[in-house]
Design a protein around this ligand. Structure first.
Ligand code: ADP
Ligand code: RBF
Ligand code: MG
Length: 396
């Protein structure tokens, strides 16, 4: 079954809501990659190696509880308080660099423009939330209600923080929809009697079981469909694609699974996931359109999949651009530049290979048409596509 069918079914069984409560870290802002960076530094000081292990235990929790989880997972010989002092110092100077997650600004602006009341319920202390919000334009206005971890007795997964948000929004919990990235947050929202959309921020294909109590799991905020919950729908597709903040990415064309040309008839010039910035690497899955540049060949339209290819259930996440041009040869090792400008749909599973191939061709038609339109067409002229990488960057 394709992903779109299930949304209509979902809509029928889901009770409509009137208010939205957002988690902040890992849901609207990419603070996870900042936390990763900081934990890597701090664990090195403690003679340990940060490998992302235990991210689930830490995520969504209040600072001391999160620190306790790290101490346990890595066998550190310090107290949660000591670890937090170390971590906080490094975090604070980085929050101003926190970037919004794909689709976050689009969603917030949509709700705001329709007068839908929004709150933030974040496990961070109030002071830290304030710092993060004030670096994002308009956010203090979008979120008049902010409930912090230090404003309630029990942290997530206890319901306190969401109940407090509902109370401040002056609405019944059952009328609230929570958007969360962490398992602890999903549990907290459910315990508060609210509906929950989970957008997991754990970079893993096996994330789902931990989010099983969520009403819906999306791989990206770009998949959120407001009408399912009784809100006005988003109508910002242009030629079938949602405009996104463009991503500039590039790298050598690497060998993939050899299925593109042989099995599907749609060759894909695989890129290493390191072609994405840290910020995007864990948060981006789905089918996108954009422009592809090969230094000695030209600039072409492209459509690409990012993810684990559910049909094949890959072990590794793959970035697979299908360049919409007939080449007579392979070009492994050549530097491929991409500007990704639009989002088409989430990755879907298909019952037959024919269905998958048919859908990929449909994506190709969407890409060809949409890329002729503004704002997508503008990027074809971008010099990024044809500028060779500096030697220092192209060597790995
Ligand atoms: P693999 O994924 O194992 O590399 P594919 O069967 O998907 O194998 O073939 C991909 C290769 O085919 C690319 O790396 C590239 O060199 C070449 N190629 C030829 N035409 C195209 C195209 N239109 N788009 C992408 N790659 C192409
Ligand atoms: N794989 C999936 O399992 N589900 C998809 O929905 C899906 N969509 C794709 C869309 C496009 C435009 C492209 C180029 C590929 C897509 N694939 C999808 C990935 C496909 O399985 C992969 O490219 C082949 O396995 C080659 O490795
Ligand atoms: Mg391929």
């Amino acid at each position: 079954m394709a992903a779109d069918d299930s949304d209509a079914q979902l809509s029928a069984k889901i009770a409509h809501v009137s208010h939205i409560v957002f988690d902040l870290d890992g849901t609207l802002l990419d603070t996870e990659s900042i936390a990763d960076e900081v934990l890597a530094i701090v664990l090195t000081r403690h003679g340990k190696v940060w490998d992302g292990r235990g991210a689930q235990n830490r995520m969504g929790k209040r600072p001391l509880e999160a620190a306790a989880a790290v101490i346990q997972d890595y066998g550190l010989a310090c107290t949660p308080l000591e670890l937090n002092l170390e971590v906080l110092e490094l975090l604070q100077e980085r929050w101003k660099n926190a970037r919004t997650l794909p689709g976050a600004v689009r969603l917030i602006k949509h709700f705001y423009s329709h007068g839908i009341p929004m709150a933030i319920a974040s496990s961070s202390p109030a002071r830290n939330i304030k710092i993060k919000l004030c670096h994002q334009e308009g956010w203090t206005e979008y979120f008049p209600v902010v409930v912090a971890g230090d404003m309630v007795e029990n942290g997530k997964p206890a319901p306190d923080i969401f109940l407090e948000a509902a109370s401040r929004l002056n609405v019944e919990p059952i009328k609230c929809l929570v958007i969360e990235d962490a398992p602890a947050g999903v549990l907290a929202a459910k315990a508060a009697g609210m509906q929950v959309v989970a957008v997991p921020s754990i970079p893993s294909k096996d994330a789902r079981p931990q989010y099983s109590s969520a009403d819906v799991i999306y791989s990206s905020l770009l998949d959120f469909q407001p009408e399912v919950w009784g809100f006005p729908s988003l109508n910002d597709r242009i030629g079938g694609a949602i405009p996104i903040e463009p991503w500039y990415m590039g790298g050598p064309v690497i060998k993939g699974f050899g299925r593109g040309s042989k099995l599907l008839g749609t060759p894909t010039a695989n890129l290493p996931t390191s072609a994405f910035s840290n910020h995007l690497a864990s948060h981006v899955c789905g089918i996108y359109i954009g422009w592809a540049g090969l230094a000695n060949r030209g600039v072409y339209k492209m459509v690409m999949s990012v993810g684990w290819n559910p049909y094949f259930d890959n072990k590794e996440k793959a970035v697979e651009p299908w360049i919409l041009h007939d080449f007579s040869e392979d070009f492994y090792g050549e530097e491929l530049r991409l500007i990704v400008v639009g989002y088409v749909r989430p990755e879907a599973n298909f019952t037959t290979l024919e269905d998958l191939v048919e859908r990929i061709h449909e994506d190709g038609r969407v890409a060809k048409a949409a890329l002729d339109m503004n704002p997508f067409s503008d990027y074809a002229e971008d010099s990024y596509l044809t500028t060779p990488l500096p030697v220092s960057m192209s060597s790995n």
